[in-house]
Design a protein around this ligand. Structure first.
Ligand code: GLN
Length: 190
């Protein structure tokens, strides 16, 4: 199994390190051609506007197509924004891989970054989570399964093969969230 990590901008190395700890091989993805042969894809946090400008339309459309074909994807923070079908203040989402609408920077400014622990359905209790100018999920479609909330806001969810988190699990030593995603990848038999 090789898991791709979108590497246009953002916290790429940290995801590579989390997967290394689990003994999972990873490969950085910079263009559509790099998606070949992968079993799943992680879209890291960073700056969604920057990432969307670096990813061309062909690439974003390919992600939409792959999501619809059952290809496992996991978006953290800015990565979640890229996968959302709706973004508050914008006409449309970038890929619409998951039926959620997000509010950008809902957790506050950079200086308001914080770490907390979450009880995540299907993963466990007291999972450390780092929030950095994090988006919150403000609404979701019927096929989306809410997995974790923080102060009443939905911050983690899954719709079949697409997993999203407002926070950064890769900035902690706890690998449970990545393990959960790897199980999703295994379930698809890729
Ligand atoms: N606020 C950033 C954005 O809108 C996301 C921040 C992050 O990924 N840590 O893209």
């Amino acid at each position: 199994m090789i898991v791709g990590i979108l590497a246009l901008q953002g916290a790429v190395r940290e995801h590579v390190a989390s997967l290394n700890r689990l003994g999972i091989e990873s490969r950085v993805v910079k263009a559509e051609k790099d998606l070949k042969g992968l079993s799943g894809l992680i879209l890291p946090g960073g700056e969604s506007t920057a990432i969307s400008l670096l990813a061309n339309e062909v690439f974003l459309n390919r992600l939409t197509e792959l999501a619809g074909n059952g290809f496992p994807m996991f978006g953290t923070c800015a990565g979640m924004i890229l996968l959302a079908s709706g973004i508050e203040g914008r006409d449309s989402g970038y890929t619409g891989a998951i039926e959620i609408t997000v509010a950008r920077n809902a957790s506050g400014r950079q200086v308001d970054s914080f770490e907390t622990v979450l009880d995540i359905e299907g993963i466990g209790k007291n999972v450390p989570a780092v929030f950095i100018r994090a988006p919150y999920i403000i609404s979701h479609g019927p096929n989306v399964r809410p997995m974790a909330s923080h102060q009443g806001w939905l911050v983690m969810a899954r719709q079949e093969n697409v997993l999203v988190a407002s926070f950064h699990p890769e900035l902690t030593e706890d690998t449970r969230v990545h393990e959960y995603f790897i199980e999703m990848v295994k379930e698809t038999g890729n």
